[in-house]
Design a protein around this ligand. Structure first.
Ligand SMILES: [Cu+2]
Length: 137
């Protein structure tokens, strides 16, 4: 039971550890609490997070009690605030279980990107914005 609950966390923290060990330019892992405090959102990637082009990002969602959130609908909206546009192709999100979701996020330019993330779980909705001031290719 306990292992089941923390399973997703183990997978996610693998990215953090790998990132530290490999020390390959790791802006690679971040975690934020959503605006209403209902969820914690962790982002991880094997390489640079984020870069121009195709990004594969692991998203780990937990609730206020740090329990994995399954069955959530996650909306990701990349946005360039200085240019007033998003990405040409919408991101896709696939649920992997144990609070883990895998997103493919295409970014069509270098520069300042915001990643807006909205999480819907049942009647609950909350979100946050991750800021990437200097996305490079
Ligand atoms: Cu732009």
């Amino acid at each position: 039971m306990k292992n089941k609950v923390i399973g997703g966390s183990i997978v996610f923290y693998w990215f953090v550890v790998a990132c530290l060990v490999l020390s390959s330019g790791c802006a690679g892992n971040v975690m934020k609490t959503t605006e209403k405090g209902l969820f914690h959102v962790g982002l991880g990637s094997k390489g640079q997070l984020l870069k121009e082009g195709r990004n594969e990002v692991e998203i780990h969602i937990t609730d206020e009690k740090n329990m994995d959130v399954e069955g959530a609908k996650i909306e990701i909206t990349p946005f360039m605030p200085e240019h007033g546009h998003g990405s040409r192709w919408p991101p896709t999100v696939t649920e992997k279980g144990k609070g883990l979701y895998r997103a493919v996020i295409p970014l069509t330019m270098s520069g300042h990107w915001e990643l807006k993330i909205r999480i819907h779980k049942g009647q609950i909705e909350d979100g946050t914005v991750f800021d990437y001031p200097n996305v490079t290719g």
